[in-house]
Ligand binder design. Structure first.
Ligand SMILES: [Zn+2]
Length: 249
């Protein structure tokens, strides 16, 4: 195994993080950590200083922004490692869109017609929110790591996104999920955003998220099958067809 290009987490001096990382790599090998300069934000004004790529091909790379402080790097890497544990140990994978069945013109038509929406945002947010309800408590209780970075970014990005007024349905559904997560992890959403300005799509996803993921928490991790069912029935309740989605890895 070569770690030539990988960030050395021992340099952060956190015994808890090293234990967590060791546990993570016992479920998925060759997890790389990279420090990235000038990380491009995936949505205009939101900040995402840490992410994991390569999940779907079983070669996870945790990327963290170079401007994070030492304490924030510990939190960011721990946060991403906890996502990986949920995927590889608990079987709570990420949801994606199935490419259309070859030769099925109806299928292909539906796929391309719906491509205008921000699918990456909505689907990414579903697994993210479901994971976050579990992993914030997990990091605190099992490793004594308070994920202040996540909560401050959640607050900041929620305020920004809620004032963006996206046109597409998928973005507004995604926002509704973020609002639900905000309420579970931080507090009342009306202290962060103007609730009167949110669309019916926003509220629809917000209420459905409560219904489908409201029971999730550190002490109540769903079984892989019920997790998938919760996500598919959430998407179905939003008006999508469950056959259009698949889970990774
Ligand atoms: Zn996360």
């Amino acid at each position: 195994m070569s770690f030539k290009n990988s960030f050395d987490i021992a340099s952060l001096g956190s015994e808890a993080l090293q234990r967590l990382f060791g546990e993570t790599t016992s479920y998925v090998q060759n997890v790389k950590i990279e420090v990235i300069g000038n990380r491009k934000a995936c949505r205009s004004r939101e900040e995402h200083p840490a992410t994991t790529v390569g999940l779907t091909v079983q070669r996870p790379v945790i990327q963290i922004a170079d401007w994070l402080t030492k304490g924030q790097r510990i939190e960011a890497i721990a946060h991403e490692a906890a996502h990986l544990l949920l995927v590889y140990r608990s079987g709570l994978g990420v949801v994606g869109r199935r490419i259309p069945r070859h030769g099925d013109s109806e299928d292909v038509f539906r796929f391309f017609m719906s491509m205008r929406g921000d699918w990456v945002y909505l689907l990414g947010q579903i697994s993210n929110t479901a994971h976050h309800l579990i992993l914030i408590g997990f990091l605190k209780q099992e490793y004594g790591i308070e994920d202040d970075l996540h909560t401050s970014l959640l607050h900041q990005n929620f305020c920004v996104a809620a004032n963006d007024n996206p046109k597409d349905k998928e973005s507004q559904y995604g926002m509704g999920l973020v609002a639900f997560e905000y309420e579970r992890l931080i507090g009342k959403i009306n202290e962060a955003i103007n609730v009167d300005h949110q669309s019916e799509f926003f509220w629809e996803a917000y209420h459905l998220a409560q219904k489908h993921f409201g029971g999730y928490g550190f002490q109540s991790v769903p079984a892989p099958l019920s997790y998938r069912e919760d996500i598919l029935s959430f998407l179905e309740a939003l008006g999508y067809q469950r056959e259009d989605f698949i889970f990774f890895p």
